[in-house]
Design a protein around this ligand. Structure first.
Ligand SMILES: *Cc1c(COP(=O)(O)O)cnc(C)c1O
Length: 394
């Protein structure tokens, strides 16, 4: 998905557009907008929503999701890296963009020219920002991350204070934000957040001149009112996937992953299917071919254990998931035939498969399932099944 902008299609329906597609992602923009409204209501209107759109907006497609979120009034964006931030600016995003991950001094000039807010973790980066600020005649804002117990990125409290106090002396830079990240945000027992909160607030007291504080991801934003501060960094929640340890704040999944059966094979009892012949028919079977595989991000770990929907019924994955395709047993689904829609994530009839269901079967988490979806699957954005934008090649 190299093209930076979503193409706009004429007013076609999803059904018309996808009739002859192997596999595609549908993005429901009405749900995305409703999720913004629901999360805003949940966290309170005095708390900013910072949309985390790293990793291609969790595999959904940044070129569609980010501009839509800006239209829906999101306050800020966050990405992992400087190149991801530049992509947002090239898409026309005008709200503040925070880089959550490490940046190198060599990236300072790009960060300043694209008005990105870096998380500064060392003097060399700050010095490079000062030079870039002078060259561009701008005063970049920076944030400082405090490591309060995750021990991933960020500075221990005393180092964060020392760096912040030094940055404060540099007139070319504005220290805008102080932030941290919870280690057990998504666990059933997130009580360690209490300890992290105490460490964060102790640091914030010593740096009470820094105006903007943030600490919560989606789960923490939903569960813990006292950790919302000035903004909450929400990724999965905006996309409508409920964290495993929270109640549903009124959100619905934006993404559906679909494909079409492209062939039905009659397989005799005793015959095996797919690489390694790891599944064998116990009865004369009808085996459907689904043209999407691990090269698209559909996990290979679903071999012989995944499920999809065909004609509103569950069909088991049989045999190994290959790079581009896999097989499902449709013997018990009367009338299943080539051209039928296959739902891998989403709704069909009365049935529903969520990213969390796929994750459970694949032995991972819903973030991983959606973020793994590759650009080679086209993304189709729609409202009420009328196509609004297409990303990728159909
Ligand atoms: C990815 C990320 C988030 C968003 O987490 P969700 O669970 O998707 O809301 C927030 N903060 C940081 C530092 C992150 O890396």
């Amino acid at each position: 998905m190299t093209e930076p902008h979503a193409l706009t299609a004429p007013s076609q329906t999803l059904a018309e557009l996808t009739r002859e597609l192997n596999a595609w992602v549908e993005l429901d923009l009405a749900r995305l907008e409703a999720n913004v409204v629901a999360l805003r209501r949940w966290v309170g209107h005095d708390v900013e929503l910072i949309a985390v759109v790293k990793a291609n907006a969790y595999g959904h497609g940044t070129a569609i999701i980010a501009p839509a979120l800006e239209r829906f009034g999101i306050d800020r964006f966050a990405v992992f890296s400087v190149p991801e931030g530049i992509q947002l600016r090239e898409l026309g995003i005008s709200r503040p963009v925070l880089v959550l991950g490490h940046a190198y001094p060599r990236q300072a000039a790009d960060a300043v020219s694209h008005d990105l807010t870096l998380t500064v973790d060392e003097p060399a980066l700050a010095q490079a920002l000062v030079a870039a600020a002078q060259a561009h005649g701008r005063r970049p804002r920076v944030h400082i991350k405090v490591d309060t117990g995750l021990h991933r990125f960020g500075l221990p409290p005393h180092e964060a204070v020392a760096l912040a106090e030094w940055l404060r002396t540099l007139p070319e830079i504005e220290v805008e934000g102080l932030w941290t990240h919870m280690a057990n945000a998504d666990e059933a027992d997130d009580s360690f957040s209490d300890e992290q909160q105490a460490r964060f607030e102790e640091t914030a007291r010593r740096l009470d001149w820094i105006p903007y504080r943030h600490a919560a991801n989606s789960a923490t934003a939903i569960r813990r009112a006292t950790l919302r501060y000035h903004g909450v960094r929400t990724g999965i929640g905006l996309l409508g996937v409920v964290p495993p340890n929270t109640e549903n704040p009124g959100i619905r999944p934006v993404l559906a992953l679909k494909a079409r059966l492209v062939r039905i094979a009659e397989v005799a009892a005793g015959e095996g299917v797919s690489y390694g012949l790891t599944w064998r028919a116990r009865r004369p079977s009808r085996i459907g071919l689904v043209p999407i595989g691990y090269g698209d991000g559909w996990p290979r770990s679903l071999s012989n254990c995944g499920e999809v929907l065909v004609r509103g019924q569950r069909a088991p994955v049989v045999g190994r998931v290959c790079m581009d395709q896999f097989l499902v047993d449709v013997t018990d689904i009367p009338g299943a035939s080539s051209g039928d829609e296959v739902v891998l994530i989403g709704e069909q009839g009365k049935e529903h498969i969520g990213a969390e269901d796929v994750a459970r079967l694949a032995g991972t988490i819903p973030w991983d399932i959606v973020a793994s979806l590759q650009p080679r699957i086209p993304r189709i954005a729609h409202r009420g099944c009328i196509v609004e934008a297409i990303l990728g090649t159909l």
